[in-house]
Design a protein around this ligand. Structure first.
Ligand SMILES: [Zn+2]
Length: 486
């Protein structure tokens, strides 16, 4: 009987990876290496990297339960690293099938994956130099070259087109409204004369365009009127409501106060989507004299390349984004905004002693150039560290956001004396009222909904909310659990 096995984003928000096997692996048997005796068609929906706590990151080194070379295809929902960042490793392990994604997702992966390989190599080199790893020598999970090579397996798929993968299985992408190129995967399974429909949501974007979710780059509103027998659904914000207030007055006040005391603002931000959204908002606040005109440094080569991809794929823009681009043009040409692409340009930002705004990645401070900026500016009370995105437990971002006394960066403990603030309104994930609104548009009640991509408390609260409000059968997916879908 066909099954789904949850290989990541179960009990956590990272490492999204779900195996569909049309073969006869029995549910919850826990048997490893089903091998060719059970041979069915095997599809991975998403292939993300585990990030955050070491316990989870170590799972990046685990093999897939069926050999990578036996997996026939990957369906990728979007280009965030926690959904695509394990692809180069999968290819390194022997996968040779197609990786289906939308054209914007493919373009974004073209910068996200090589950058990830580069960071993996840098980390390994750093640990080998400092001998701060118990692994000798420390190895990269994959290299820049391997990440580049994995891009050859991508195949573009347009939203709404049906794609036959085998006589038993076909799929179609529908809009998820999360980030540029993001989609849900509707999968049809035909076996023994019976048809089953599976919906993998990937990450679900905001349901409405709204002032409280400003600067949304893509149109809000995931595809309505879905129907499915089995839903595999994210639960990142399952236990929290997004604030209802327009965040811009608070943002303006935070920046203005920091400038008044001679400090700088450091913003850890995902290079894809969040950085572009935030620079447009800063531009708007400066042009409308709501914040002082101070230099803005966007210290992320990836964010620069992503700007170019965003400008290329304008078909998904929200009306607000269109207005902003019409009014202000490309961020790469704004006076006072500097996009640092080389190491030297990045280092020069350290010499800027007057107030400035520094936006850099990674968004959860798990690596990248943001580490240097925080190591330098966290110890000074005059500075502000501003979070505009989700911080998973176990990440440095979570430690700083929760106002610990210190945080470990490059093996040393850095005191946290700067002001720390967080604005949740910029989220690209729907919260429970928005999710319920979307789920109420379903044409049928799925037999089972499995919640993934959430911390345990978020997943269990969303399960309870869905049971009470919709009467649906909702289960929380467990890591490596197999569930029958035949
Ligand atoms: Zn995402």
């Amino acid at each position: 009987m066909a099954y789904i096995q949850f290989l990541g984003a179960a009990g956590t928000v990272t490492g999204s990876k779900h195996l569909i096997n049309t073969g006869d692996g029995s549910a919850n048997s826990g048997s490893a290496n089903s091998g060719s005796a059970n041979s069915g068609f095997k599809v991975l929906v998403d292939c993300g990297l585990f990030q955050g706590p070491k316990d989870w990151r170590e799972r990046n080194w685990s093999d897939t339960p069926v050999p990578a070379k036996e997996i026939n295809a990957v369906i990728l929902t979007h280009a965030h690293l926690d959904h695509c960042g394990w692809i180069p490793r999968l290819v390194r392990e022997g996968f040779r099938g197609p990786i289906y994604a939308t054209p914007p997702t493919i373009d974004l992966c073209g910068i996200v994956l090589p950058d990830s390989g580069h960071l993996q190599e840098e980390d390994a080199n750093f640990y080998n130099k400092t001998k701060k790893s118990k692994h000798d020598p420390a190895l990269p999970l994959y290299t820049f070259e391997e990440a580049q090579h994995s891009l050859e397996y991508f195949k573009p798929v347009q939203v709404g087109d049906t794609n036959e993968l085998s006589p038993e299985i076909s799929f179609r992408f529908v809009r998820a409204a999360h980030i540029l190129g993001s989609c849900m995967a509707e999968i049809s399974l035909k076996q023994n004369g019976a048809a089953r429909r599976l919906l993998f949501t990937g990450d679900i974007g905001r349901v409405h365009d709204h002032k409280i979710a400003p600067g949304k780059v893509v149109h809000s509103g995931p595809q309505e009127g879905e129907s499915a027998d089995v839903v595999v659904m994210e639960s990142t914000y399952g236990n929290r409501l997004h604030p209802k207030e327009d965040p811009l007055p608070e943002l303006a006040e935070l920046i203005t106060n920091t400038v008044k005391r001679g400090g700088s603002v450091v913003v850890p931000a995902f290079a894809i989507e969040r950085t572009q959204k935030f620079v447009f908002i800063l531009k708007h606040l400066m042009e409308s004299s709501q914040i002082p005109r101070i230099p803005v440094f966007c210290d992320s080569p990836m964010a620069i390349k992503a700007v170019e991809i965003f400008l290329k794929h304008d078909e998904e823009y929200s009306d607000e984004t269109r207005d902003m681009i019409r009014t202000y043009g490309s961020p790469l040409q704004w006076p006072g905004f500097t996009f640092a692409s080389t190491q030297e340009e990045s280092k020069k930002i350290n010499d800027v002693r007057s107030s400035s705004i520094i936006i850099s990645s990674s968004g959860m401070v798990t690596g990248g150039r943001i580490l240097h900026h925080l190591a330098l500016r966290l110890p000074e009370p005059k500075n502000l560290v501003l979070f505009i995105g989700f911080q998973a437990p176990g990440t440095r971002g979570f430690t700083i956001k929760n106002k610990s006394d210190e945080v470990k960066i490059f093996g040393d403990f850095v005191p946290i004396r700067a002001q720390v603030a967080a604005l949740e309104q910029f989220s690209d994930h729907a919260d429970p009222p928005e999710l319920l609104e979307w789920l109420r548009t379903f044409r049928n009640q799925p037999a089972t909904t499995y919640l993934v991509h959430g911390e345990p408390d978020a997943a269990s609260q969303l399960r309870d909310t869905m049971k009470q409000s919709l009467g649906w059968n909702v289960q929380i997916a467990q890591y490596r659990e197999k569930v029958a879908i035949g």
